[in-house]
Design a protein around this ligand. Structure first.
Ligand SMILES: [Zn+2]
Length: 292
């Protein structure tokens, strides 16, 4: 179960991993916590009359296309996008938005889906949200709380039969080390690096907090599924510019130099050895487990 804040996050964080596990016969469910109603139109080609008026519907259609591209199931939790507050001082969060929902209320909604779907593994964001969007930070809190509560019969007794998920991971896709490797390759072939701005921003971030690779416990080989990831990204046409940074590095180069996606094992209820190459490591016979 991959828990994400907005439609499109599932395609930019751990997407190829979900496509791989789905292709290998695992049941994969993306849970999208909000409808993405406050997302700006980030693709100039989609900034056309009629789109913004029906942005909620548009984002649902885009999400359905992306899930199809990844081969995964997807469900909505129905909370309302908080938007990314900008300005100095930051404006208050809009009334009724996801980041202002009481934690227990949001947790119960996710616990209900966990108890229905019965995942062995849950992925989400780290305590910083991966990036500081209030919905991403809330996504972390709600996922961690649901991971703790889902198996406890005393918690949320109206949200279904208890189910204990076994491992909780954080997505860590955006690492400086990865961009530096690509930059070196561009230098070697004597071409300008198309993600220089992005790399500069990440250098600044890494100087303050260290590169996220220091937290990575698990690298999942999934290069074969990068094309599906890119199709899913492109399905979010209002959010992802097909001429933007996500597609700046040729697929072949990504597959050759960095064929994995990165995760941090945050909690586990099974024994496993770090580093791992499989989110299901330590979970015995997950494929064969017959429903009882
Ligand atoms: Zn997001």
């Amino acid at each position: 179960m991959a828990v994400h804040a907005h439609p499109d996050d599932e395609s930019s964080k751990g997407a190829a991993t979900t496509a791989r596990y789905a292709a290998e016969g695992h049941e994969v469910l993306v849970v999208t916590l909000t409808g993405g109603e406050r997302g700006d139109i980030l693709n100039p080609a989609m900034n056309i009359p009629g789109i913004l008026d029906r942005i909620s519907d548009v984002r649902r259609e885009e999400m359905a296309e992306a899930a199809k591209a990844l081969g995964v199931r997807q469900t909505w939790l129905g909370f309302v996008d908080s938007g990314l507050p900008e300005g100095d001082p930051l404006p208050p969060l809009p009334e009724g938005c996801f980041a202002l929902v009481p934690l227990d209320e949001a947790t119960e909604a996710l616990v209900k889906v966990v108890r229905e779907f019965k995942p062995h593994v849950i992925t989400t964001y780290d305590e910083m949200g991966g990036y500081p969007h209030p919905d991403h930070i809330m996504c972390h809190k709600v996922s961690a709380a649901a991971f703790d509560a889902a198996g406890d019969p005393e918690r949320f007794p109206d949200a279904g039969e208890p189910w204990t998920p076994l491992k909780l991971y954080y997505n860590h896709g955006f690492s400086l080390a990865r961009l530096e490797l690509f930059a070196e390759e561009y230098e070697r072939i004597g071409e300008p690096f198309p993600m220089q701005d992005w790399m500069d921003r990440m250098r600044k971030y890494a100087a303050e907090r260290g590169d996220i690779m220091a937290r990575v416990t698990t690298q999942v080989e999934c290069a074969k599924y990068f094309p599906q990831r890119d199709d899913a990204l492109r399905a979010h046409a209002t959010q992802i510019d097909p001429n933007g940074a996500f597609f700046a590095i040729p697929l072949e180069m990504q597959q050759r130099l960095w064929p994995t996606e990165e995760f941090e094992l945050a909690q586990t209820r099974v024994r496993t050895a770090i580093p791992e190459t499989d989110l299901f490591a330590g979970i015995e016979d997950a494929d064969e487990e017959a429903p009882r």
